[in-house]
Write a protein that binds this ligand. Structure first.
Ligand SMILES: Nc1ncnc2c1ncn2[C@@H]1O[C@H](COP(=O)(O)OP(=O)(O)OP(=O)(O)O)[C@@H](O)[C@H]1O
Ligand SMILES: [Mg+2]
Length: 232
């Protein structure tokens, strides 16, 4: 079943008199539970596409449906609500809050949802467990290795149980072994939990973890983003 459906998706920025079009009429289908890797040179529009899919930015033109919701048509407020309920974002440089512990960082997205404290605790502990950080709850980010910080960041992305996880070069700052552990974890999120994953990467070696790899070039996909036969 198609989960993400982009048609003629276009993003244009205006800088003074100059128009920049990082994404141009892009067609893409991503099935539910798929782990899609996106590659492409710097400036080819990868982060732009990820931000549109995550509802962080809005398209200039074209359509974007996720889980049957036309997210391009949502108001800013509704888009923020949709994002909080449906999307987890993982960044290259983790973006943990330095003055909060691992536990508190993961708890943060849940504070946007009305939820009893006990339930919050259960979810934070489960997410940290799943991410492989069962025994570092009280550590601050500076007391963690890069690989551990990224695990905490993945726990934070997971804790609201979103259907969609987007990751922008999640292993870009890690050594090979830590990267393999993170990629293994992301793979499990799609294969065991049925999450749909879209990951930007510069490392061809990491695409073997993905179920499909597409290449962006100057705002367009090099190969078709739509399956010839409908995905089930
Ligand atoms: N807010 C913005 N305003 C104006 N131009 C922007 C904005 N965001 C991105 N761009 C431009 O859009 C193009 C694509 O940027 P994007 O960040 O999507 O590239 P990328 O493929 O993620 O590159 P990298 O691999 O370096 O992260 C670039 O030319 C960039 O300068
Ligand atoms: Mg980028």
């Amino acid at each position: 079943m198609t989960f993400i459906r982009c048609r003629e998706l276009t993003k244009t920025y205006r800088k003074g008199d100059v128009l920049i079009t990082p994404l141009e009429r892009l067609d893409l289908d991503v099935a539910r539970g798929e782990f899609l890797a996106l590659m492409g040179p710097s400036g080819s529009g990868k982060t732009t596409l990820l931000n549109l899919i995550a509802g962080i930015d809005r398209p200039t033109d074209g359509s974007l449906h996720i889980g049957g919701v036309d997210i391009a048509a949502l108001s800013r407020g509704r888009l923020a609500d949709w994002r909080a309920a449906n999307v987890g974002y993982v960044f290259q440089l983790y973006h943990l809050v330095p003055v909060l512990t691992a536990y508190e960082n993961v708890e943060l997205p849940l504070l946007l949802h009305a939820m009893p404290r006990r339930e919050r605790h259960r979810r934070v502990a489960a997410a940290l467990d799943l991410a492989g950080i069962p025994d570092r709850h009280d550590h601050y980010p500076r007391q963690l290795s890069g690989g551990q910080e990224q695990r905490v960041a993945i726990a934070r992305a997971l804790v609201t149980d979103p259907a969609l996880i987007v990751a922008d070069e999640p292993t870009g700052d890690l050594d090979r072994d830590s990267a393999a552990l993170i990629l293994g974890l992301l793979t499990r999120l799609s294969s065991e939990l049925g999450k749909t994953l879209v990951m930007v990467t510069h490392d061809p070696g990491s695409t073997r973890f993905a179920s499909r790899t597409l290449h962006l070039e100057k705002g367009r996909l090099v190969e078709s983003g739509i399956a010839e036969t409908p995905r089930s």
